[in-house]
Write a protein that binds this ligand. Structure first.
Ligand SMILES: *Cc1c(COP(=O)(O)O)cnc(C)c1O
Length: 396
């Protein structure tokens, strides 16, 4: 490669090292479970998005195996050529029913689902108003459009209204308000009920990215909109890669928006559809969520969450403003957060360290996610480790 390029790579990598944020990838050497083997150590795993344990659920595994036997391993084309299989449509009908919308469209991932829908509803002459802490895939999805963009303060509906008012003088074709349903760093919930009221008043379209809420919040894990009993909500994006346990993203919406996406959504038009195994596991997962077993898993996850949160709080840790199984343990400086994560790992608990610039400089943390499959003994043991490491590092 050209020498100048090699120099560029060195400079960039050294920059990361100097900031103390260069990292190598941890390797998972076992299934994604409540206890996993990571880099050769058996640890309690508090960093997976596998909220309900579905990533290794026998029903999902069997569905994938059956689909491979019946249809093979690949779909062979993009959806618009000959890559739409009957099971793709079956999953979409199921998701629409799950979300209470007329239709849905499945994309390769949650990331591309945001890109797909934002690219269709936003163009020159439109306005998008976005929560300042929205996920990177929303930010990138917006960047790929020619729409005017404004940001409102995190979960602050007064600030959102200020932006809506300011924008009234200018005529926009579509005005879209977009927010995460559950925010992945703090575990707090967006006030969709108040956002929906403002949208109604100002004639805006509402869009939520419910990646961390699907399978977690609302009846049968149907998401934040139903959790908050919001009546009218326009666009629901979700992921099939977290609580649902497999891979993919979807947009649940009106039939007309789905039809337009079939013609215009670029990840839909230009990237191959899911392999049959993934689609079949997702179908099995959504069916499971709607069954008594699914509700039991969700209830268990919440019981575990409450127990673990209460344990951390009684030890004196700062767990922030979380309302969901995502529980940060906030310790401050970036280096301290990373050291806390390392020490926990050595003592048998994996909780990812997260620091500036992902969160504010003084809000470095380890982030924990409790799942339905952690036993009481796992969580007691994890709390003991948090206690001993926390005391040693004088965090409590
Ligand atoms: C994880 C996540 C995504 C991406 O979903 P994938 O299916 O992993 O691509 C999108 N939005 C939010 C809010 C997320 O947390």
């Amino acid at each position: 490669m050209p020498e100048a390029f090699e120099r560029y790579l060195d400079e960039q990598l050294n920059g990361l090292r100097e900031q103390g944020i260069f990292r190598t990838l941890r390797q998972l050497q076992s299934p994604q479970g409540p206890r996993s083997t990571i880099d050769g150590h058996s640890v309690i795993n508090l960093s997976s998005n596998n909220y309900l344990g579905l990533a290794t659920h026998p029903a999902l595994k069997q569905a994938a195996i059956n689909a491979i036997e019946e249809y093979g391993v690949g779909s062979g084309a993009v959806r618009t050529i000959i890559g739409t299989m009957s099971i793709h449509e079956e999953l979409e009908a199921l998701l629409a029913q799950f979300k209470g919308t007329e239709a849905s469209l499945v994309l390769q991932s949650g990331f591309t689902a945001n890109q797909a829908v934002l690219g269709v509803i936003l163009g020159d002459g439109d306005l998008v108003i976005s929560d300042e802490l929205n996920h990177a895939s929303i930010i990138d999805g917006i960047r790929l459009t020619k729409a005017a963009r404004k940001v409102y303060k995190h979960n602050d509906t007064a600030d959102l209204e200020r932006v809506l008012q300011e924008s009234q003088g200018v005529s926009h074709r579509n005005t879209v308000i977009v927010t995460d349903g559950v925010f992945s760093m703090d575990g707090d919930i967006a006030p969709l009920d108040r956002i929906a009221e403002l949208a109604e008043r100002y004639g805006a379209i509402t869009m939520v990215d419910d990646a961390h809420a699907s399978g977690v919040l609302g009846p049968h894990g149907s998401g934040t909109v139903k959790h908050l009993k919001v009546k009218r909500w326009d666009i629901h994006v979700g992921t099939l890669s977290k609580a649902v346990g497999a891979l993919g993203g979807y947009v649940a919406c009106s039939r007309k928006l789905r039809q337009l996406m079939e013609h215009r959504a670029r990840p839909f038009l230009f990237s191959t559809s899911h392999p049959p195994s993934v689609t079949a596991s997702c179908i099995a997962a959504i069916r499971l969520l709607q069954s008594p077993e699914g509700q039991q898993l969700i209830d268990q996850m919440w019981a575990n969450t409450q127990m673990f949160k209460a344990g951390l709080a009684s030890l004196g840790f700062n767990t922030g403003i979380s309302q969901t199984p995502i529980t940060p343990v906030i310790v401050g400086e970036p280096a301290r957060a990373m050291q806390f994560s390392d020490e926990l790992f050595k003592a048998g608990v994996f909780a990812q360290g997260i620091a500036f610039p992902t969160v504010a400089r003084d809000k470095g943390r380890v982030r924990t996610i409790v799942t339905a499959t952690h036993s009481n003994a796992d969580l007691e043991e994890a709390l003991n480790v948090f206690e001993s490491v926390g005391r040693r590092m004088q965090l409590i």
